[in-house]
Design a protein around this ligand. Structure first.
Ligand code: PLP
Ligand code: COI
Length: 339
C-alpha cells in the first residue's frame, strides 16, 4: 500500500506505476503492452490533435469491506466507448482487449487502490485516440488505446454535501444531432467556458439547457441530472446528453426501492416542483443539489433546508455505494470481482 493521504484525496491526477497500451496498425490490433511512462510518443499530424478523433471512458474500482476489489459495470463502459468510436469514425476496441487492459491496469497498480472506509476509489481512464497522420479531414489509419488509473476522492469538493448549480442558456456543450451522446473530448472543450464561469460565480458546475429550444434540462456539466418528487425519480431524456451508467443504475435502484421512474423531457420550469435534485456520474457519484439558480431569470430553487442531502438521495447513495464497496448484496450483478 502506497503512502498516500487517502482521506484527503481529491479528483485529480496521482501518478501510478503502470499503464496499459494497445496499438491498431496495418488493419489489426496488436498485443497489450505494459508501460511505466506517463508520456506517449505521438505523430504531430495525428488526427486526435487536429480533428478530434478522441474518446474516453471513466470507471472505478473499489476496495470492498471484504478487501476484494470490484469493478463496476465495465461492459457498459466498453459498449459506450464502442459507440463513441463509431461516432467519430475510430477503430472500436474489441471487448476482450478492453477487459484485459482494465484488469491489468488495476492489478498492476493495486497498491494505489484506496483502502476501504476512506471513501476513495481507483479511477480508470480508458482512452482511444487517432494516432495516425492525416492532413485532409478524414479518419486515421492507426489508433492507440490506453488505460491509466489514478486514485481519486470526490469530484465536487463538497463530497456528499449539497452543492449549488447554475442553469445557463448562453453556452451549449453539444448540438442536438452532434456528439453530445458520446464521450468525446470536444464536448468537454465546449463546456469549459461555462464551467469556469460557474466556478467563478460560486457554483459547482453549470446545468445546460437543451441547445435547440432552451426549454428543457440537458445535463449538469460532467454528470446527468435527476429530480425527485411525488414518489418519482425523473431524469431528462435528450439526444444531446451522455447516457450515464450511474443514472442507468440509479433508475434501476429507484424502481427497486418503490419510486416510479420517468425518463422524459424535463422542462426548466419543473425545477420549481422537485423535492430533491441531484447530479450523478462515475466521478460525481450522487452529488446532491442544494440550490439551483437560473442565471437568466434570477430564479432560485432550493432543495435542502438543513444543509444535508434529502432522504431519497441518501437512500440511493447508500444502496449504490453499498453495492460498489461490497457492503450490500449486488442483486443486479453489476460488480466484477477482480481479485
Ligand atoms: N455526463 C457527462 C457529460 C459525463 O462526462 C459523465 C461522466 O462520465 C456523465 C454524464 C456520467 O456518466 P457515467 O455515470 O457513465 O459516469
Ligand atoms: C466521469 O464521471 O467518469 C467523467 O468522465 C466525468 C468527468 C471527470 C469528465
Amino acid at each position: 500500500m502506497k503512502n498516500i493521504d487517502w482521506k484527503n484525496l481529491v479528483f485529480g491526477y496521482v501518478k501510478t506505476d503502470y499503464n496499459i497500451r494497445c496499438y491498431f496498425k496495418d488493419g489489426k490490433w496488436g498485443s497489450l503492452e505494459v508501460s511505466t511512462s506517463e508520456m506517449i510518443d505521438l505523430h504531430m499530424a495525428a488526427t486526435c490533435l487536429h480533428y478530434g478523433q478522441e474518446a474516453f471512458e471513466g470507471m472505478k474500482a473499489y476496495r470492498g469491506k471484504d478487501n476484494k476489489v470490484r469493478l463496476f459495470r465495465w461492459e457498459e463502459n466498453w459498449r459506450r466507448l464502442e459507440n463513441s468510436a463509431n461516432g467519430v469514425l475510430m477503430q472500436p476496441v474489441p471487448k476482450e482487449i478492453f477487459e484485459e487492459a482494465c484488469r491489468k491496469a488495476v492489478e498492476l497498480n493495486q497498491e494505489y487502490i484506496p483502502p476501504y472506509g476512506t471513501g476513495g476509489s481507483l479511477y480508470l481512464r480508458p482512452l482511444l485516440i487517432g494516432s495516425g497522420p492525416k492532413v485532409g479531414v478524414s479518419p486515421a489509419d492507426e489508433y492507440l488505446f490506453l488505460v491509466f488509473v489514478t486514485p481519486v476522492g470526490p469530484y465536487f469538493k463538497e463530497g456528499f454535501k449539497p452543492v449549488k448549480m447554475q442553469v445557463i442558456r448562453d453556452y451549449d456543450r453539444a448540438a442536438p444531432l452532434g456528439t453530445g451522446s458520446i464521450k468525446v473530448g470536444g464536448n468537454y472543450a465546449a463546456s469549459l467556458r461555462a464551467g469556469q464561469r460557474a466556478h467563478q460565480e460560486g457554483y459547482a458546475t453549470a446545468i445546460f439547457a437543451d441547445a435547440k429550444t432552451k426549454q428543457y434540462i440537458d445535463e449538469a456539466g460532467p454528470a446527468n441530472f435527476f429530480g425527485i418528487k411525488d414518489g418519482k425519480y425523473i431524469t431528462p431524456d435528450s439526444e444531446s446528453i451522455l447516457p450515464s451508467i450511474t443514472n442507468m443504475s440509479l433508475r434501476e435502484l429507484a424502481a427497486d426501492m418503490g419510486l416510479v421512474v420517468e425518463r422524459r423531457h424535463v422542462a426548466l420550469d419543473e425545477l420549481a416542483t422537485f423535492e430533491e435534485a441531484g447530479a450523478c456520474g462515475t466521478a460525481a457519484v450522487i452529488s446532491p443539489i442544494g440550490m439551483i439558480q437560473d442565471r437568466d431569470t434570477g430564479k432560485v430553487y432550493e432543495y435542502s433546508k438543513d444543509g444535508n442531502a434529502g432522504p431519497w438521495c441518501q437512500k440511493l447513495y447508500a444502496r449504490l455505494t453499498g453495492i460498489q464497496y461490497g457492503e450490500v448484496e449486488d442483486t443486479f450483478g453489476w460488480c466484477t470481482v477482480l481479485f
